[in-house]
Ligand binder design. Structure first.
Ligand code: KG4
Ligand code: ZN
Length: 337
């Protein structure tokens, strides 16, 4: 049987992305990042929407061309409906609705975080269940227990900043570029991670929740209050702060994995690119006899392949997609089941 061809679109934040997915095969995966925000040290929502408007048609064309697929051969459209920036989501969802109407093909609205959660299964379709997934990005830090391609449960979440936000804000305090995570990752390699004992938020609490605002404040106070001459190097500060973030992420995720007897652990989202987090999770999983998957960067940052993959699984399970096109966008809520 030839599996249906899905054209997927993702515009929830500052990346315009399109992909063509067929079953578990990604035939193309195109992402256009909006560099314009780097000049502002953070995402400017108004600029993000305008950039999506400019990029969406060429990016969709590129995804089709790279997959050697004619638009007329597409069997279904998939699109991120939320959560994200409302002005950004509107561009992708309306482009997708227009295509769906024009082609007379079903539309699959996909939840952005659910797509991140299953990116481990996109990377390795043999992964199986139950699996645990830590979604860590600029906007989210949550631990999910996945029991099937449709069923999952949220076990814990951040109570304040997301881990990526903590990386970005600390990088800003150190005068590094944006987004800050990759800068901290690089600088930390030359530093001493044990130089400063920064706080590990909620480390000893029984919940699987996270908190990073205390760390952020501790770094700010350290920079403001440590006398000149006593202050450690920026590399030491970066290494110590990174260690504090990674310690809690690994500790809580592994405790949740043990408590729920999972066979596999996945990390997804932009922060999953962090080299210390990857090594630490791999080591802990290997010691616990658990399979560890960190999807390759093109599947772990914001991308449309993960949106198309989830739509393909829904379609395979008999979902007919959205027939009325009256679904709305979802800006913030993380659906808890
Ligand atoms: O999933 P993502 O690409 O998109 C958004 O959530 O917007 O995640 C972006 C986040 C940023 O906060 C960035 O600093 C962080 O991922 N990030 C990293 C690394 N690479 C990206 N954080 C730590 N270490 C990295 N190597
Ligand atoms: Zn994301």
């Amino acid at each position: 049987m030839i599996e249906p061809l899905i054209l997927a679109i993702e515009t929830s934040c500052d990346d315009t992305a399109a992909a063509v997915v067929q079953g578990t095969t990604v035939r193309s995966n195109i992402v256009s990042s909006q560099d314009i925000h780097n000049l502002h040290g953070g995402i400017v929502p108004e600029l993000a929407s305008r950039e999506h408007v400019k990029a969406i048609a060429p990016i969709v064309q590129l995804a089709l061309a790279e997959a050697a697929v004619d638009i007329g051969d597409v069997d279904a459209i998939a699109v991120t409906y939320g959560p994200g920036l409302p002005g950004s989501l509107v561009v992708g969802t309306h482009y997708a609705k227009g295509l769906s109407l024009r082609l007379g093909k079903p539309l699959y609205p996909i939840h952005h975080i659910e797509a991140h959660m299953y990116s481990g299964h996109l990377e390795d379709p043999t992964l199986g269940f139950p699996a645990l997934c830590l979604v860590v990005s600029g906007g989210h830090t949550s631990v999910f227990l996945l029991t099937s391609l449709t069923d999952y449960r949220i076990l814990g979440s951040t109570r304040d900043d997301a881990a990526g936000e903590a990386f970005d804000k600390i990088a800003k305090m150190l005068g590094l570029g944006y987004p800050g995570g990759p800068y901290i990752d690089r600088l930390a390699k030359d530093g001493d991670a044990a130089a400063i004992a920064f706080p590990r938020g909620l480390h000893h609490e029984a919940s699987y929740d996270f908190s990073f605002s205390g760390l952020k404040t501790a770094v700010r106070y350290y920079l403001q209050r440590t006398p000149d001459g006593e202050r450690r190097s920026h590399a030491d500060i970066a290494a110590s702060a990174q260690q504090a973030i990674v310690d809690v992420l690994v500790h809580k995720t592994m405790r949740a994995a043990m408590d729920h007897g999972v066979r596999a652990v996945v990390i997804a989202g932009g922060v999953s690119a962090n080299s210390l987090l990857r090594t630490a999770m791999r080591d802990r999983c290997s010691a616990a006899g658990m399979h560890f998957v960190a999807p390759r960067p093109m599947y772990s940052v914001d991308n449309a392949a993960m949106i198309g993959f989830l739509a393909a699984q829904r379609l395979a399970q008999g979902s007919a997609g959205e027939q009325t096109l009256d679904f709305g966008i979802e800006a913030h809520a993380l659906r808890a089941r």
